[in-house]
Design a binder for this molecule. Structure first.
Ligand code: MGD
Ligand code: MGD
Ligand code: SF4
Ligand code: MO
Length: 722
């Protein structure tokens, strides 16, 4: 695209122009002929996947003349085990060298959302954006600026090392980054005080595995071979999921409760275990608090009541409780899936009690498996990543990311949000209440700045777009929330076009704003090295040099990691809390969302909008043609009885609607959902769908019971044929 060109260009034209600009690079990548390697300097480096994924795979990449010759999973890291997932095998062509990638700063040159932009220089973009931010700060104060970012890049440097300091320094509103994980973590911390339980590779020792609200065959693919090994060793695999996921199809037993009823199910299991005297009394006496209160509390969660709440058979609840409590080692794998309900945190809190009740923690391979990020919290030197001490106790207001639409449209908010700065996220697709978010982005008095790889549905509404480097073009260090492996990411190629890492974007802005603090100007490589500069025992044998030489390495943990074999919970008492009078609810309870009778009548179907796409990660890659083709249609799973009631046939075009939105979608009649529940995939870009809306047009910004998370899966709709 030419900057001289004054008249607007439409999206297609934009794509065509940028395609021509980048074709020379894109075509050569991954298809360099043998022999080419001789003509330039060949470079092989290790890197790691930047995605918001529990697996954090390591890779090895060879480049020559700034083109990628070879991109392979690392064979040195036994968890990655020489295999990248289907979403990443063609990454260099799908993102880095994609012809539609944004490779220069752009300025809006048409109405908001039109996708009309002109190319400008970095100098112009930085000076104009900094001037506008300064102006807003002077007029309204820093809180009128809202940064919006999430796990689009989970590298510790590109995630927020410089940007967080920048926004703290200007006194911007803080963002409550709660859309994923916070409710789950709040629930588990209430019970155990830490989320690091059984480590992923140790699942092979388990003999009874409950995959509770998680779909590893799709969302945690590198755990699956270890689950298979456990199965080959004789383990039973049970899935608890209101949707018949790929994982549940491969399990020995699929338990399919109504969405959002897991708290009742977990308390029902506790009821049966205590009634049958299957608890580990010695473990309870030594390492837990509040058994008598819990026992009294679960009286009301008898199998008859729990069957009514969950829609399960009484016998299912009793059998599951007995089988779980009498198998050893028994393991419950939880991740995120179950948290996106109004009662989500309580569900995690109640489920987390089960291993202490049965003493499962005593056995290697037994207990709860959740996250691993706490290990890195201890292992690494966080000085360069965290906010400097001056900012740690900031009093500026917090805006919950889940409520972005509400915040952008709130006339009472003082100061109003006058600038939105988006990076590492695509809220026009992934944030609930899509229509309200879009209405906010349409505001002519809102300055929207986006740093991106692509003209996403969010970037389309930007006033300024900055071109971000991809993971192949910048340094980083990557911890993990799902494995104990640490990675560095060495750039394989120089940044394409005029793209720059997030860190550099915020350094340039800091410089333009006249900020003198040295921490803004630490280089990415220095941050990586300093973060690894730690004497913690977990880092024994791990250094910048070793990671660079061999790729991802496992933290130096004890051979048998059994965190709660003898209690050692990280709660205030050091015990597992069945009961905690210091919390708003001393015991977890099943409290469903209260709809009016009218709402239930008008919108009788519970809508799940989950991660069924195998080929996208949230909305990332969901614009790449061959990936969209592989994924196939945007479809709604409808139970045959619900379909019959509405004369819907398989393949019919449908309108799904409620008070806040509607989407057009194709019907798929199946038994994957139970009657009364419908399910559609998240991640599709509205602009690429008929009617311009996707899943989150139907979800509201409800919050979870603890953790201020997103109750995205609490939505009701009606469906009709169009
Ligand atoms: N292919 C692919 N992989 C991904 C992602 C992706 O978008 N695509 N996203 C990544 C991200 S950001 C995350 S957070 C992880 C999440 O990984 P997981 O925690 O495994 O979560 P989900 O896939 O969201 O949900 C898992 C299952 O929870 C079920 N579920 C929904 N509501 C309930 C409920 O009320 N109770 C119970 N018991 N189950 C429920 C859903 O039906 C779904 O099958 O996956 C990561 N991996
Ligand atoms: N209905 C529904 N909604 C959901 C969910 C659901 O299950 N159902 N899941 C929720 C969950 S668990 C999550 S985690 C969120 C995820 O929501 P988001 O965090 O918005 O995730 P993505 O859609 O992957 O968008 C990440 C964006 O970051 C960009 N990016 C990647 N690397 C860089 C970089 O280095 N620099 C810059 N500037 N940009 C970069 C990518 O191009 C991409 O557009 O969605 C949530 N929304
Ligand atoms: S998305 Fe997840 S499974 Fe796929 S390569 Fe990245 S870390 Fe591995
Ligand atoms: Mo997530």
């Amino acid at each position: 695209m030419e900057s001289k060109k004054k008249k607007g260009i439409d999206r297609r034209e934009f794509i065509e122009i940028s395609a021509k600009g980048a074709a020379g690079i894109g075509l050569a990548s991954l298809s360099v002929l043998p022999g080419c390697a001789d003509s330039g300097s060949v470079k092989t480096v290790f890197g790691a996947c930047y995605h918001d994924c529990p697996d954090r795979c390591s890779w090895k990449i060879t480049s020559v003349n700034n083109q990628v010759l070879d991109f392979q999973a690392s064979k040195n890291d036994p968890y990655t085990a020489g295999k990248l997932c289907n979403k990443m095998v063609t990454f260099p062509n799908d993102v880095t060298f994609h012809p539609e990638r944004i490779l220069s700063p752009l300025k809006r040159n048409g109405p908001k959302g039109s996708g009309e932009f002109v190319k400008i220089s970095w100098e112009q973009a930085i000076s104009e954006v900094a001037a506008k931010l300064k102006d807003i700060i002077e007029q309204k104060g820093g809180e009128a600026i809202l940064p919006y970012s999430f796990g689009g890049n989970q590298g510790m440097v590109q995630g927020g090392a410089i940007s967080n300091k920048f926004f703290a320094k200007i006194g911007a509103s803080q963002l409550d980054r709660t859309i994923c994980g916070d409710a789950a973590v709040a629930g588990v911390l209430a019970t155990n005080g830490q989320t690091t339980g059984v480590l992923p590779e140790d699942i092979i020792h388990s003999r009874y595995i409950i995959l509770w609200g998680t779909n590893p065959m799709l969302s945690n693919q590198h755990l699956w071979p270890f689950i298979q090994e456990a199965k080959n060793n004789g383990a039973t695999i049970v899935t608890v999921d209101p949707f018949q996921s790929k994982t549940s199809e491969e399990s020995d037993w699929h338990i399919q409760p109504r969405p959002g009823t897991d708290t009742a199910l977990a308390l029902g299991l506790i009821h049966v275990i205590l009634a049958e005297n299957l608890q580990d009394q010695e473990y309870i006496d030594n390492y837990t608090l509040g058994i008598s209160q819990l026992e009294a509390h679960v009286q009301k969660y008898d199998p008859v009541t729990v069957a009514q709440i969950t829609g399960l058979e009484e016998e299912t609840i009793i059998s599951l409780a007995k089988a779980y409590a009498t198998s050893s080692p028994s393991l419950i794998r939880i991740l995120i899936g179950m948290e996106h309900q109004v009662n989500g945190a309580s569900a995690f809190r109640a489920v987390a009690m089960l291993p202490a009740l049965t003493g499962a923690w005593r056995h290697f391979g037994g207990g709860l498996m959740h996250m691993t990020y706490e290990l890195f919290g201890e292992a690494l030197n966080w000085e360069s990543i965290n906010l400097p001490p001056a900012f740690t106790d900031q009093k500026t207001r917090s805006i919950n990311m889940v409520e972005l639409g509400k915040a952008l449209n709130d006339k009472e908010l003082n100061p109003s949000i006058d600038a939105l700065f988006v990076y590492n996220s695509n809220p026009a697709v992934t944030t609930p209440n899509q229509n309200l978010v879009r209405k906010g982005l349409e505001r002519n008095d809102l300055l929207t700045v986006v740093s991106e790889h692509f003209l996403t549905d969010t970037a389309r509404y930007a006033d300024y777009i900055f071109p971000a480097t991809s993971v192949l073009e910048n340094w980083d260090i990557l911890d993990s929330w799902g494995t104990p492996y640490l990675n560095i990411n060495e750039p394989a190629i120089e940044p394409l076009g005029e793209s720059k890492p997030n860190s550099e974007l915020f350094r340039l802005l800091a410089q333009e704003m006249g900020f003198k603090e040295a921490y803004f100007y630490e280089s990415d490589l220095d941050i990586v090295k300093k973060t690894l500069d730690s004497n913690h025992e977990y880092m024994k044998g791990i250094s910048f040099t070793s990671l660079r030489k061999r790729g991802g390495q496992k933290l130096n943990l004890p051979a048998k990691w059994m965190p709660h074999a003898e209690g050692n919970f990280k709660t205030s008492s050091g015990k597992c809390h069945f009961y905690d009078p210091n919390l708003e609810q001393a015991l977890p309870d099943y409290i469903p969302f209260q709809y009016s009778i009218e709402e239930i009548k008008q919108y009788p179907l519970h809508l799940l909008t989950i991660k069924t796409p195998k080929n996208f990660l949230n909305s990332s890659h969901a614009n790449v043609n061959h990936i969209l083709e592989k994924e196939g249609k945007f479809y709604l799973e409808v139970h045959p009885k619900d379909a019959a009631m509405r004369q819907i046939a398989d393949g019919d075009e449908l309108k799904v609607f409620n008070q806040i939105g509607r989407v057009y979608i194709t019907a798929r009649i199946s038994n994957k959902v139970q009657q009364g529940v419908v399910c559609m995939p998240q991640g599709f870009w509205p602009s690429l769908l008929k009617g311009g809306s996707s899943a989150n047009a139907l979800t509201n910004h409800l919050l979870t019971d603890m953790g201020r998370g997103a109750a995205i899966q609490e939505a009701r709709v009606e469906v009709e044929k169009v």
